[in-house]
Design a protein around this ligand. Sequence first.
Ligand SMILES: N[C@@H](CCC(=O)N[C@@H](CS)C(=O)NCC(=O)O)C(=O)O
Length: 364
Amino acid sequence: MSSSAPLADPRDGSFKRQASSFREVISHSHPVFKPAASRYWLYVSLACPWAHRALITRALKGLTSVIGVSVVHWHMDSKGWRFLPFESQETDNRNLCFGPSGGVKCLPHSKPTNGVTSESYRAGIDGTIDHNYHLSRLSELYYKADSNYGGRFTVPVLWDLETQTIVNNESSEIIRILNSGVFDEFADTDTPSINLVPQELEKEIDEVNEWVYDNINNGVYKTGFAGKQEVYEREAANVFAHLQKVENILEKKYAKLIENYGEKAAPSKFFIVGEQLTEADVRLYTTIVRFDPVYVQHFKCNISTIRDGFKMLDLWLRNIYWNFEPFSSTTNFDHIKLHYTRSHAQINPLGITPLGPKPDIGPL
Ligand SMILES: N[C@@H](CCC(=O)N[C@@H](CS)C(=O)NCC(=O)O)C(=O)O
């Protein structure tokens, strides 16, 4: 199957996301996929909000030395994602795969222009090689798992090195697997243990995730890939209505935190569900951090920026980015800006990457 950027359905102009195909779990009772250190691997794009969820969760759970990472090149062409060529200057240093972002540096500010082209193969900057099999395309990994595979070749992929197959390629399930506790015995002991889906908040987390997914995470894609004016207008208005819904929740929450704990302590409890960091923050973050840098202009979500139109959401974003390393150390603004602006020829045929906004994210 060809893999150029997904297009709107020509019948009604709407964008519909394909369901993921590999849906296994890792657990002691699973007949094949048992928990183990160094057995599983993540294939990600640093540009992709769905893959970003998995990287953040891996780091928050202290699993960076337990599960390795390979990073595809930021540019997605008509054959999908690719790795850096094995002959590229990168030494096959597996230690780098155990950093928060697979050895590709994440800096607070982007510098994406400067003559960078889709043919730039700067080792450890534009992506990495496939450390396990030296494949050149992500599609080859999918065919290795299933030679009859007929779907899209998406990231993230949670890969089993032992049986050489895909365990799961659905990010919402991958992050539940990583959070489930099955890897806790192997986790870094210097990372404080965190449960991103505590039982008492699970129902609320699921509820928030559901409407955030449909209206915000996927909402920006439905807006950006809309093939008709009326579809675009409906989807864009819907995204902003739901950003306002988040803003209202955060505004009430912050006022209450100040009342209960004072101005100084409030930020340490400022999260979308409850008073602790949860999966709902992880899933909302990967869209909101991309919003001003790309979704505003590239997906035409430009009724307002987050920084100018949603003060509480912006405060929540900056608080998470600057105070929680697993978020900043996995957020790569270069990959984010370059990927979207250079990979979707139907949206940006000349592939020119805008310089702004400056900065990518405001200071704390
Ligand atoms: N449902 C999947 C969606 C993943 C997804 O759509 N990833 C995009 C990148 S942001 C991708 O790899 N697209 C490649 C393609 O569609 O060919 C998940 O959440 O894991």
